[in-house]
Ligand binder design. Structure first.
Ligand code: ATP
Ligand code: MG
Length: 344
């Protein structure tokens, strides 16, 4: 029996922020530690997704390699033989499957995707591309191409996971239950990743919004490359509220709740425990100081590790993984091509 596949990808449109780390990278590192040997781990760079928001094309290639280094600095063990790192555009099957899946995804359901609505609002006076509209289908292809069961991603990707399930179930309904592995439901995904709730790190400046790579919000965003002292200052200046008592309440106290969530993830403690420690206290300054100090420790340690990542070793693993994944993808794609009538 093949091992169940855990898969995640982070776009390389720009540098990573703390939200990417806590919502997308950290769960994979933790799962690798917990389940090494029992699962296959695919941690890839969805480079073809880079163009859905403005990107500096001349810098993209190096950004992709830099982002892969971040996976290693964050603790991904490249020696683990069940772990694969690869660039989406180096495995042609992703694009081919996306073209097929496009015909089983509905215009109406893509139009309802919150990310599409938010990002097309952000685009303001620039044109909204078909690539932005269609990216959830490419994401479904990224997942279904490997029969991935587990996809530990941030809360913002929940709808896209659900769409992937819908497309897979629709195709299985038409072509037979065995065609595609359907990723498990969101609540199960959370349990698997050991999370009590979805992770959605907010902007420190505008906590109603998520921290994001493609929004210009330097005071609200902690980049993994930020000077640790500067990052601590951003935390100290985080927007809170005038209620004056600490509560975990994303609706009315988003800034404070965001800090509690960041703290819990950075110290690897259950959110409930951190809430219990802080709820009812009245000094927002103490909470900010605690978070700022953890952010500083984390960034200092992370940046030291990043400086020590061996690029030749990374490139060897990358190319070997891509070689293997092309094979896996071709085989899986063939089954789908057969089902839809493109192959005998
Ligand atoms: P963009 O805003 O341009 O879409 P992004 O910051 O959302 O960029 P992605 O590459 O789209 O980055 O997402 C990569 C991973 O990071 C996904 O698993 C996503 O769920 C997670 N992620 C992104 N933002 C956050 C956030 N604010 N909190 C938690 N997880 C996040
Ligand atoms: Mg995103």
């Amino acid at each position: 029996m093949a091992k169940p596949v855990v898969l995640t990808g982070l776009r390389a449109n720009s540098e990573f922020h703390l939200g990417n780390y806590l919502g997308g990278i950290l769960p994979m590192i933790q799962l690798q530690k917990k389940f090494a040997g029992d699962y296959q781990l695919n941690m890839f760079v969805p480079d073809l997704h880079s163009f859905t928001t403005p990107v500096e094309h001349s810098k993209l290639y190096l950004q992709i390699i830099d982002n892969l280094k971040v996976y290693v600095a964050a603790g991904l063990d490249l020696d683990n033989e069940d772990t694969f790192i690869y660039r989406q555009s180096y495995v042609a099957g992703h694009s081919e499957l996306a073209v097929i899946l496009n015909n089983f995804a509905y215009f109406g359901e893509l139009q309802r995707m919150t990310q599409f609505k938010e990002k097309s609002d952000q685009a303001k006076d620039t044109n909204i591309t078909a690539g932005l509209f269609d990216y959830p289908v490419l994401m479904a292809a990224d997942i279904l191409l490997y029969g991935a069961k587990w996809i530990p991603v941030g809360e913002d990707q929940r709808q896209h996971i659900e769409l992937t399930r819908d497309i897979a179930l629709r195709m299985n309904n038409k072509f037979g239950e065995d065609l595609l592995h359907v990723p498990v439901e969101w609540e199960e995904q959370l349990k698997f990743a050991g999370r009590e709730s979805g992770v959605r790190i907010r902007s420190l400046k505008t906590p109603e919004k998520k921290m994001s790579k493609s929004v210009d919000d330097p005071a609200g965003t902690i980049l993994l490359s930020d000077n640790p002292e500067d990052a601590a200052k951003k935390v100290m200046s985080a927007t809170t509220d005038s209620i004056g008592v600490i509560r975990y309440d994303m609706k009315n106290q988003a800034g404070i709740s965001n800090l509690l969530q960041i703290l819990a993830l950075l110290i690897d403690a259950p959110l409930a425990e951190v809430i219990a420690n802080w709820e009812g206290k009245t000094s927002y300054g103490d909470l900010k100081t605690a978070v700022a100090s953890e952010v500083k420790v984390f960034l200092t340690d992370f940046q030291r590790k990043l400086a020590n990542v061996e690029e030749p070793e990374l490139m060897r693993k990358l190319e070997a993984s891509e070689y293997l994944m092309r094979d896996v993808a071709t085989q899986n794609l063939y089954k789908i091509q057969q089902a839809v009538g493109l192959r005998p």
